[in-house]
Structures are given as C-alpha cells and as structure tokens.
Design a protein around this ligand. Structure first.
Ligand SMILES: Nc1nc2c(ncn2[C@@H]2O[C@H](COP(=O)(O)OP(=O)(O)OP(=O)(O)O)[C@@H](O)[C@H]2O)c(=O)[nH]1
Ligand SMILES: [Zn+2]
Length: 318
C-alpha cells in the first residue's frame, strides 16, 4: 500500500489537525518524532506534509514528517538560539501595501522581500486601495510640506520598480473588487502568507477573495521591535480552490532571525551581480573604497530607495 500523506493545518497541545484528501483529522504524532530534535523547538509545524496512519490503535497517528522545502522561523522565546518554526512549506509571500492610507513604505516591503529571498519563497507585491490613488497628489504635497523623507510615487511607478527586479506586482482594490480574480488564481494550490502593515487591507482582500474567510492578524509592525515575542498559534485556512492561507498573528521581522551581516546584500537581487567585485572581501557596501555596489548605485543600476532599505536593515542587524 502506498503511503498516505496529509498537511498539518493546526496544532493543539497534544494533537495535530491534518488535512488528508480534503478532510481534517485529529492525529497524534509518534513519540519518536520528538527525539533528537536538535536546535528546533517544534519538530512538527503547521504547513508540514506528513505521513499518516488513519487506522492506528490511537485513532490516527502521524508517522513521519516529510522534508521541508521552506520554513518561516524565529528565535524561540527564552530559549537562546532555539529555532521555532512558525510555518513550513510556505510557497509564497504576498506583501500587501496601500499607496496612501497608509502610505507605501518601501523599507517594510524590502524587509519582507529579503525575508522571502532568504526562505526561498516566491514574493509578490499587492498594491491595494487603488481606488484611493486620486488622493496621492494631496498626500505628496502634505509629505513635502512636512519635510518628510517618504517617497510618494504612483502605483504604476512602484510597479515598474519592483517588476524590474522580477517581483510580480498586483494592482487591487478590495473596495471595488478590482484585481481580485487575479489574486485568487495566484493562491490556487499554494500555501501563502499575507503580510504587510496594519490597515493595508489584508483581511479585506481575503474577504473579497473568499467571503466568510477571516484572517486574524498577519501584522508586521511599522516600528522595529526586536525581541518581542507574542504567543503564536499558526493555522492554515483552506480556500475553495485548494489554496491555503497562513493565519499567524504577530509575524514580525520574519526571516531575518540570526542573519549574518554579509548575507544581507545577497537578499537584494540587484546587488548580487556586484558582490565579490568589491576591493574588500568583507565589504559592507556602506563606506568602503572601491565598492562595486556603491559604484553601481552611482551609475543608477541600483535604485537609491532599495539601497536605503539595505542600509536600514544592516543597521538593525547590529
Ligand atoms: N478605500 C479602500 N479601503 C480599503 C480597501 N481595502 C481595505 N480598506 C479599508 O482599510 C481598513 C483596513 O482594512 P483591513 O482589511 O482591516 O486591513 P488589514 O491589513 O487586515 O489590517 P490588520 O488586521 O490591522 O493587519 C478598513 O477600514 C478597510 O475597510 C480598499 O481597497 N479601498
Ligand atoms: Zn562593497
């Protein structure tokens, strides 16, 4: 008989909710799965594909965890360098932003993009609230008058920037139903994380995609708050088209846990061709002479706002 596989969609204290051929079963993991777990706090995570035995004497068991193709992890609270896997096997990250209300923040977007690059997940940018685009000019005047450093570009300009880097950009309005069919198609048969600032419309988009589906929170705080660990209970919400959406409260700064300073530039796609061309082998690309990244920036081959995001993240790595 061939192995029966399932997808872990939720984990309780003792048992896992496992979707097997469209049906959810409550299964108990075999004790041996918890032996020799190394530096990982939770050997089974939401998003894991598992080998199941639905007829075992305990009423169903998880026999094995299949190798993970990606993981979204963070440092486990109070346990030093232990790693806690929040969600395994995420296929893609949807970075939801608005143009105004709230203003598009490239640093937030670039931080999540870097996390997605590191985790080997496809990233897509969703520009929501396009119906408010008409307010952009007024917003821009306001920002300029206040001497703010923010860039207030049109959705088209942001789309060009990011598509130029190879990230798909979806233009939407949850309020008007614009771009929703396209987004629904993108979620089909994939495990997707919705991320982005509070108030950008993540829940509204999901509701437009599938009415009744409610996301708790997938907030990334606007301010950088290191070391804050809220309790996290992930779960996967199943869509009618077979896609799954990760519902994880408090995913903050995901993917940059334990990152080496030198690794950061490799997470910025457009910097990759220049890495290794700098004079100093451990070049931070901030002030060193004969830095290939700084030279590319000067030639306009790297966008200034992306470089600023890099510097911002680097300063936070300590
Ligand atoms: N004009 C307009 N408003 C929208 C749109 N999408 C969402 N909103 C509004 O923006 C506000 C925030 O939307 P939510 O869907 O709660 O945003 P969220 O990203 O889930 O926010 P958090 O749950 O705090 O992370 C609500 O008042 C929505 O009605 C849109 O396309 N256009
Ligand atoms: Zn350099």
């Amino acid at each position: 008989m061939s192995e029966l596989h399932g997808l872990v969609v939720r984990i309780d204290a003792k048992r896992c909710h496992v979707e097997v051929e469209g049906q959810v079963h409550l299964l108990t993991p075999r004790g041996r799965l918890f032996e020799d777990k190394g530096r990982v706090k939770n050997p089974i995570a939401v998003g894991d594909y598992v080998v199941v035995d639905l007829d075992s004497e305990e009423g169903g068991a998880i026999e094995a965890v299949l190798p993970r193709k990606s993981k979204l992890a963070r440092a486990s609270a109070g346990e030093g360098t232990m790693e806690q896997v929040l969600v395994a096997n995420v296929d893609q990250v949807l970075i939801v932003s608005a143009i105004v209300d709230p203003l598009f923040r490239p640093r937030i977007v670039d931080r999540i993009l870097a996390g997605a690059e590191r985790g080997g997940m496809q990233a897509r940018i969703v520009l929501n609230k396009l119906d408010l685009e008409g307010q952009r000019k007024a917003k821009k005047a306001e920002v300029l008058a206040a001497g703010g450093p923010e860039l207030v570009h049109s959705s088209e300009t942001w789309r060009r920037f990011y598509e130029g880097l190879g990230y798909p950009v979806h233009l939407c309005s949850a309020a008007q139903g614009r771009g929703i069919d396209e987004l629904r198609a993108v979620l089909e048969d994939k495990i997707t994380v919705f991320s982005g600032l509070s108030g950008v419309g993540k829940s509204s988009l999901l509701n437009a995609i599938e009415p009744g589906l409610s996301l708790r929170v997938g907030k990334i705080s606007g301010r950088h708050r290191e070391g804050k660990h809220t309790t996290t209970h992930s779960s996967l919400l199943r869509l009618e088209n077979g896609g799954h959406v990760v519902d994880t409260p408090g995913i903050r700064n995901f993917g940059l846990f334990g990152l080496e300073r030198a690794e950061l530039a490799t997470l910025f796609r457009e910097m990759r061709p220049f890495l290794g061309e700098c004079s100093y082998r451990d070049c931070s690309h901030t002030h060193e002479p004969d830095c290939a990244v700084l030279a590319a920036l000067k030639r306009g081959e790297i966008e200034a706002f992306r470089y600023e995001s890099y510097c911002d993240l680097l300063s936070k790595l300590g």
